[in-house]
Design a protein around this ligand. Structure first.
Ligand SMILES: Cc1ncc(COP(=O)(O)O)c(C=O)c1O
Length: 393
């Protein structure tokens, strides 16, 4: 085969560490090893039946053709209504476009707003795709560290110190992947205050886990708290996590009209519309009643608590209580081993699959998912306890 000269852009993409770990887990499992997998980034149940039925009916009813790149008008209007009623946000369909998962919403946003060298402040720990997507758009990720001991709070003085004349975006993600942290109202207001001082800075607010929250927690969208910044706040959200529709690939971007127009133009020249019948399923998803979310959150609360209490009881680990999403992000006893090394050894010696913190911006933590059965979580905790004792004490 002749040699291929990959583009600089392609060469700049870092291969996924998490994929390497899961490939290794599959290989060991195929060899007959007893594997306990707590690495899931998706719900462990199916989407509600009503959504599945509406989607399959839509196929028979002809929703199988090309549609508008920005999404089905009925769905865009329904999302606008959801934003008004559930998030207290004043939006109409022109502020919304439907994307192939929340991922494409972020990708499009950076492609249409970043110029070469523009900086994007990413508070760590962060979802691992942000820096890659910033780079793919020619931007420069600027990381803002936080510490597990400090509850992964965004320090406002440190944030201000990262701002330069090239700063174009600050990313916020609440509830957070990988920490499960929910940003409190006061902190959101402080972030808004910082942004008010800098007219060229926009906010990307990733709210994909808004529906997965501990009992006494409520989701607050920054745009509803800082209406004066509306034109500079872009929300990304989607159906993957709340409704267990990860593989359906439907998300959305919310923002000012001109950006939505530019982003739709980009999408019209790349992927076009999100699958037509899947958009009918998303429309049905927005009709899901509150009981469904109460039920799934009861399950998550129970399992999150088992995971949290179990981690708290492992000597040497430091853990902040996660209040949303379905992850915990404990800190390893010391830095004698990188998180990648730790996860590789955990898998080889104890058959436990967890995700290294390194690609999330913290090499002394590991991400553990509670989107798994109670038995599996308990099994994983016991393997982890043995490993920590053997490796560190
Ligand atoms: C924080 C965060 N944002 C965005 C996404 C992307 O979601 P989607 O599957 O809708 O593309 C994920 C998926 O894991 C995520 O964890």
């Amino acid at each position: 085969m002749s040699e291929v000269n990959l583009s600089k852009r392609a060469l700049s993409i870092e291969p996924s560490l998490t994929l390497q770990i899961s490939a290794k887990a599959k290989q060991l499992s195929a060899e007959g090893k007893d594997i306990c997998n707590l690495s899931a980034g998706e719900p462990d149940f199916d989407a509600p039946k009503e959504i599945i039925n509406s989607t399959s009916e839509a196929i028979f009813n002809g929703y199988t053709k090309y549609g508008p790149a920005a999404g089905d008008l009925e769905l865009r209007k329904a999302i606008a209504k959801k934003l008004q009623t559930k998030n207290n946000l004043n939006a109409n369909f022109e502020n919304i476009m439907v994307t192939n998962g929340a991922k494409q919403a972020i990708y499009n946003l950076f492609q249409v707003l970043l110029n070469d060298g523009d900086e994007v402040i990413i508070p760590a720990p962060y979802w691992l795709s942000y820096p890659q997507m910033v780079r793919l758009a020619g931007g420069k990720p600027v990381f803002l560290n936080s510490s597990a001991e400090d509850g992964f709070k965004i320090n406002m003085e440190a944030l201000k110190a990262k701002i330069t004349s090239k700063t174009k975006f600050i990313i916020i993600n609440s509830p957070n992947n990988p920490t499960g942290r929910v940003i409190p109202k006061e902190e959101l207001l402080q972030i808004a205050e910082v942004v008010r001082e800098h007219k060229n800075i926009n906010i990307l607010s990733d709210e994909i886990y808004e529906l997965i929250l501990k009992k006494e927690f409520h989701h607050l969208s920054l745009a509803s708290l800082a209406t004066d910044l509306r034109e500079r706040i872009f929300i990304i959200n989607g159906f993957a996590k709340g409704w267990a529709m990860t593989g359906w690939r439907v998300g959305y971007l919310v923002g000012q009209r001109d950006v939505i127009k530019a982003s739709s133009a980009l999408q019209s020249q790349s992927t076009s519309n999100v699958c037509s019948f899947v958009q009918r399923g998303a429309l049905e998803a927005l009709k899901t009643n509150q009981e469904f979310f109460l039920k799934i959150n009861k399950h998550y609360d129970h399992r999150r608590e088992i995971l949290y209490q179990g981690l708290k009881n492992i000597e040497g680990l430091f853990i902040q209580p996660p209040n949303g999403a379905f992850y915990a992000f404990p800190k390893l006893p010391d830095n004698s081993m990188t998180s990648v090394e730790f996860c590789k050894r955990m898998l080889e010696n104890y058959g436990l699959v967890v995700v290294p913190g390194k690609p999330f911006g913290d090499d002394q933590c590991i991400r553990i998912s509670c989107a798994s059965s109670k038995e599996n979580i308990i099994d994983g905790l016991s393997r982890l306890k043995k490993a920590i004792f053997n490796y560190y004490f």
